[in-house]
Design a protein around this ligand. Structure first.
Ligand code: ZN
Length: 145
């Protein structure tokens, strides 16, 4: 599936200490009525909750990192799921030794500081995230049926 989109609005900002990284980014999308787009960010977290998708069991395994880490790179897609903006983001985190770990961003990651850029995309038809039967995962963007 290939969809043509044009650039919409762009939002730049930062998240406050102690906020939930994923929920805060989704709240911005909801308040700005962003239905499709992409997000990137850098910063640091007090602790992180990542997930790794078990391809056989088709469910997420969670990884809790209870220490301060830098957000070296966060990249994500924004689409609609159940009528609300949904962010599918992956991030790479670095520790005080420069070691990195990464995964799928899960709820429960606490912001220390975070600078983000959100790019909205516009399409001729409304698009929503769609569950793929083969993998059990939602892909963006899918046509609304
Ligand atoms: Zn993922």
């Amino acid at each position: 599936m290939n969809v043509e989109a044009t650039d919409g609005r762009k939002f730049l900002g930062w998240l406050s200490l102690g906020s939930d990284l994923l929920a805060s980014l989704e709240q911005i999308c909801e308040s700005q009525k962003i239905k499709l787009g992409e997000v990137r960010a850098i910063g640091a977290v007090g602790h992180a909750r990542l997930a790794h998708y078990d391809q056989i069991g088709q469910k997420y395994k969670y990884i809790d990192l209870r220490k301060p880490l830098n957000i070296l790179s966060l990249m994500g897609n924004i689409s609609l799921q159940n009528g609300k903006p949904y962010i599918h983001a992956h991030l790479i985190l670095g520790d005080d030794q420069g070691q990195v770990i990464g995964g799928h961003l899960a709820p429960g990651t606490s912001v220390f500081v975070c600078e983000y850029v959100i790019q909205e995309y516009l399409t001729a038809e409304p698009l929503v995230g769609q569950k793929d039967q083969a993998t059990g995962l939602y892909f963006w963007p899918g046509k609304q049926f």
